[in-house]
Unconditional design. Structure first.
Length: 97
């Protein structure tokens, strides 16, 4: 029986792969545990939509991660400039007020 995996299954395949497995394995294990669905035009369409949503979510998470990293880098650079300014001030004698 051909199935589309909805989750990674050890020894079988990864998420969204189309695999041929024995009928009993599909009917008694994969499908009842919602690890796979039988291949059909409707299931192919649904899985395609799931893939697109998953990819979109992954891209949004990646974008958010990059934005956070960029902000962190900007803060680090600003802190480094303050440290360097403080060291320069000390080497010139600093404030003696």
């Amino acid at each position: 029986m051909k199935v589309i995996l909805l989750k990674d299954v050890k020894g079988v395949g990864k998420r969204f792969e189309e695999k041929s497995v024995s009928d009993g394995y599909a009917m008694n294990f994969l499908i009842p545990k919602k690890l796979a669905v039988p291949v059909s035009p409707a299931s192919l369409n649904i899985v395609k939509q799931m893939k697109e949503r998953s990819e979109k979510k992954r891209m949004e998470e990646e974008k958010e991660k990059n934005e956070k990293l960029s902000k962190r880098q900007e803060k680090h650079e600003a802190l480094e400039r303050f440290r360097q300014a403080g060291l320069a001030k000390e080497s010139l004698g600093g404030d003696n007020m």
